[in-house]
Ligand binder design. Structure first.
Ligand SMILES: Cc1cc2nc3c(=O)[nH]c(=O)nc-3n(C[C@H](O)[C@H](O)[C@H](O)COP(=O)(O)OP(=O)(O)OC[C@H]3O[C@@H](n4cnc5c(N)ncnc54)[C@H](O)[C@@H]3O)c2cc1C
Length: 369
């Protein structure tokens, strides 16, 4: 019985690893040419996903690459008022540490036997137990798992649902090697997460393991065509930075200085999600996990859910090795319930971020008493 996983992201790799721990082989087909083909960029906040890493026998490896100080938090209003500052003590438990996405992916990849991941295999379609790839190749399968992310090509085999824009457009920028290039700004930023929340705009900065500060400026209550009307010239990074500063009138000079210090990587990203609580009738021979199954607003749940999906499906298949449909049904039941709750919670956080007094609302969210 051949298990074919499409997508070597966190969810697909967690599944392959848990299957391997239970002595079950699987093949992962990934469209990227190699593990280095695309920068993985960015930090992930891993909390509930640690359970999956424990099932995968990788929790010690995870704790070795996790950054506890990444849990630090500073929350401001646009006029510069500091609402919240949390600095993580050195001996604090690693409840929500940050980890470099590339390090986590490497941990999973290195835990699999050579040849498990078939690089350069872009899935295009499947029928009658045969997968087809963009280069004309094919491969057999008994169970197909779509772990191919937000724009999944496997998804239509399970559901007609499509991601829809949620009125958020993000511009991503960054300051390279901040401690060396801008020590003054580095001190302002601290070690972890730095948030400025305004009316319809948020500024999020986060220090990465390699010293780069990644910045995301989100414009809420905007439609899918907003970038074309925004006046941000993405082909001229210096002018794009100037325009972004213009779009933040009245913002404290400390925040606009961070934008001015960014390098020439200025990337637009439109945010879409699947409907919260999406389910589908169990389909023989195919299922989904991770963003392919439940794309959520980017508020820190997606990677955790993808890891838990992978581990959950792996355990269900290990419990029913001769009955894939029963394993898939058991997995989907648990996954729908868990990810439905996470998607609803993410939607509530997204609503707070979108509201006119987002900073005060987030403060209340972090300090409920
Ligand atoms: C900026 C940003 C920050 C985030 N921060 C957090 C965070 O702090 N915490 C958190 O929990 N979540 C976070 N998320 C969400 C998280 O990144 C995703 O939910 C998670 O990566 C989903 O994992 P996945 O395995 O489902 O998909 P992915 O990681 O997207 O992997 C999908 C894989 O499938 C491959 N693929 C796609 N199409 C094909 C095809 N046709 N054939 C073969 N292979 C294919 C892709 O190349 C990719 O390797 C963040 C997301 C963004 C954008």
């Amino acid at each position: 019985m051949t298990i074919a996983i499409v997508g070597a992201g966190l969810g697909g790799l967690a599944l392959a690893r848990v299957l391997h721990v239970h002595g079950i082989d699987a093949v992962v087909y990934e469209r990227e040419a190699s593990r280095e083909a695309r920068g993985q960029g960015g930090m992930l906040d891993i909390h509930s996903g640690q359970r999956a890493l424990r099932e995968a026998g990788l929790i010690d490896g995870f704790l070795a690459i996790a950054r506890g100080e990444g849990q630090d938090m500073r929350l401001f209003e646009p006029d510069g008022t500091l609402l919240l500052q949390e600095d993580t003590p050195d001996d604090a438990p690693l409840d929500r540490p940050e980890v470099d996405r590339a390090d986590l992916r490497d941990l999973l990849l290195d835990s699999l036997p050579d040849g498990t991941v078939r690089w350069g295999h872009a899935f295009t379609s499947a029928d009658d137990g045969v997968l087809r790839f963009a280069d004309g190749g094919s491969a057999p399968y008994d169970l197909l798992v779509g772990a191919d992310g937000a724009r999944s090509r496997v998804r239509p085999m399970c559901t007609d649902a499509r991601p829809a824009h949620i009125g958020q457009n993000v511009v991503e920028l960054g300051i390279p090697d901040v401690d060396r290039t801008h020590p003054d700004l580095a001190a302002t930023l601290g070690r972890g997460n730095y948030w400025v929340l305004g009316d319809g705009v948020s500024f999020a900065a986060q220090r990465n393991g390699d010293g780069r500060v990644r910045i995301g400026i989100s414009f809420y209550r905007t439609d899918e065509d907003w970038f074309s009307r925004s006046g941000i010239p993405f082909d001229d990074p210096a002018a794009a930075r100037a325009r972004l500063i213009e779009l933040l009138p009245g913002w404290d000079a400390r925040f606009t200085a961070l934008i001015a210090a960014c390098d020439d990587t200025v990337v637009p990203r439109s945010i879409s999600t699947l409907p919260a609580g999406l389910t589908w009738p169990s389909t023989p021979g195919v299922t989904l996990l991770g963003d392919a199954a439940h794309l959520m607003p980017p508020v820190g749940e997606g990677a955790n859910m993808a890891l838990l999906d992978g581990a959950g499906l792996g355990l269900a298949l290990a419990a029913h090795p001769d009955d894939f449909p029963a394993a898939v049904e058991e997995y989907e039941r648990e996954m729908f319930e868990r990810t439905g709750a996470a998607a609803r919670m993410s939607a509530r956080v997204q609503e707070l971020l979108t509201s006119p007094d987002a900073a005060r609302k987030m403060l209340a969210f972090f300090q409920p008493d």
